[in-house]
Design a protein around this ligand. Structure first.
Ligand SMILES: [Zn+2]
Length: 338
């Protein structure tokens, strides 16, 4: 551990670079180590042709020469503590609050008191994530760690929503490396997936290495389908359980996240049912919110609330539009296939 006076001293690097490196303190065990962080605004989404829900982020306004690292946007956005194993999204890691993180007490139990990082599968994965390392194996290990940490508690007290989110991230990482592998800057607005990704081989060695973890993690998702399957089940169980679905909008957003995963598994029955549900719910919720927003805002507080409502309405409208587009696509695919 470095003797830095400030445990989170940042080295922001050139301001135009989309990534920077900084020493970040782990919110669970308080060890600080160097991590690679991303500036989220320096990426833009690139649509995959013929797919409403799948997209790849690319760097915006930067070239690799500007920052000198062979890092793709989907390599980043997760931070891991190799001392205790805690791994989370960059945002959650940095704003972590014990009280609001659903299973923080359970994770403290497993990671701090039981030292889960000294046992497989976390041991091998944490060793593969060398501080600040940018190689594909290290980036894959980071994504697998994020899922492994959420699978530590027994099934009945797992945070299924986080399992869904982290497995979804892992699936996106595989989409980028194994299926797309195209340029991650200066790209057109949409791309099609090539027959073979030019980057797929970068994961051959680490995937072989992590195959050795099947003894401690039999279903370790070492491919796109496995990750997608885990994400779909996680979101599904989270929705069924009502975990974290505190407001109707949160529940809908969870369903919408699940929709993206289900659309890729090509389970058409499930997809249609989910779409119909989202469309009905988002329309009735939209109506209720619009009524609320049309009430006069009599104070500054009222204006803030109004802005928040307008933001919610915007999010709902996007969900409504995408769901209805997807239903139309499904209907025309069914006609074309008949
Ligand atoms: Zn830690």
């Amino acid at each position: 551990m470095d003797a830095a006076p400030n445990k989170t001293a940042a080295d922001p690097g050139p301001l135009h670079a989309p990534v920077y490196s900084a020493r970040i303190e782990c919110p669970l065990c308080h060890e600080a180590e160097r991590q690679i962080l991303v500036r989220p605004r320096r990426t833009r989404p690139l649509r995959i042709e013929g797919d409403l829900f799948r997209w790849i982020p690319v760097w915006s306004g930067s070239r690799p020469a500007d920052f000198g690292l062979d890092l793709r946007p989907l390599d980043l956005g997760l931070l891991a503590c190799t001392a205790c194993g805690f791994t989370e999204s960059q945002e959650t890691y940095r704003t972590f609050q014990q009280g609001s993180y659903p299973n923080s007490r359970t994770l403290v139990q497993f990671l701090i008191h039981k030292g889960a990082v000294h046992y497989e599968p976390l041991k091998t994965l944490a060793e593969a994530v060398r501080a600040g390392a940018a190689d594909p194996g290290s980036r894959l290990a980071l994504h697998l760690m994020a899922v492994a940490v959420q699978l530590l508690p027994p099934p009945e007290i797992r945070d299924e929503q986080r399992i869904g989110l982290m497995a979804h991230r892992l699936a996106r990482f595989y989409t980028d490396r194994l299926l797309y592998g195209g340029p991650c800057w200066d790209a057109p607005d949409s791309v099609s997936l090539p027959a073979t990704s030019p980057l797929a081989s970068t994961l051959d060695e680490p995937i072989r290495r992590f195959e050795g973890l099947r003894g401690s993690w039999p279903k370790i998702p070492l491919g796109y389908d496995g990750a997608l399957d885990l994400a779909s089940h996680g979101y599904g169980r989270a929705a069924a359980r009502g975990f974290a679905g505190k407001t109707p909008l949160r529940r809908l957003e969870l369903d919408f996240a699940r929709l993206q995963v289900v659309s890729e598994t090509r389970d058409m029955e499930k997809l249609r049912a989910l779409l119909m549900g989202i469309l009905t719910q988002s329309r009735s919720l939209l109506e209720a919110l619009r009524k609320e927003a049309s009430l006069p805002a009599s104070s500054l507080e009222g204006l803030d609330a109004l802005r928040k409502l307008e933001d919610q309405i915007q999010r709902l409208r996007t969900m409504e539009r995408k769901s209805s587009e997807a239903l139309q696509t499904l209907a025309s695919d069914a006609r074309g296939g008949a």
